[in-house]
Design a protein around this ligand. Structure first.
Ligand code: TYD
Length: 145
């Protein structure tokens, strides 16, 4: 997968939001309309302390939307690292397949929410970075549109 393809597989979105009063807001999104896949699973991670790191894997096929307040995403390409801080409740990031990610909590107790394109499947994870690099070198993700 070349760099352009990787960037295509990583997209920041602004989740539709309405102000319901002076200080309150409501954000919403719909599968296949606001994000490019049907949502089959929701999960969320909470009770995490500041500076904790989770993740450290790529997916073979799964696409996900992540949203959180004050969680930093770190992405490791073959040649460069990219970081995105989710610093607004209406920001989301779509991570498609073939992207190695780690998540760092910038504050205590932030909730990381994930909408996923498929049911939980342990065999869809690549949790070893060298194995991930081998998948890329072998062109595992090259033939997708
Ligand atoms: P894991 O993916 O290792 O968490 P993290 O992304 O933070 O590294 O998941 C932790 C445990 O939860 C593991 O035993 C698998 C289980 N799990 C499910 O059963 N269903 C799910 O949808 C997810 C995401 C995890």
């Amino acid at each position: 997968m070349n760099k352009r393809k990787e960037e295509k597989n990583l997209e920041m979105i602004t989740i539709k939001t309405i102000s319901t009063s002076e200080f309150e807001s409501l954000s919403f999104l719909e599968g296949q309309k606001d994000i490019p896949f049907e949502i089959k699973r929701i999960y969320y991670i909470y009770g995490v302390t500041k500076d904790s790191k989770r993740g450290g894997y790529s997916h073979k096929n799964l696409s996900q939307l992540l949203f959180a307040f004050m969680v930093r995403l770190e992405f490791f390409w073959m040649i460069e690292k990219k970081e995105i801080l989710l610093d607004s409740p209406f920001l989301g990031i779509i991570i498609k397949n073939g992207i190695w990610r780690e998540m760092v909590w910038e504050i205590d107790n932030s909730v990381l929410c994930v909408a996923a394109s498929d049911y939980y499947n342990e065999s869809d994870y690549i949790s070893n970075y060298n194995e991930f690099l081998n998948y890329k070198k072998e062109g595992y993700w090259n033939n997708e549109s």
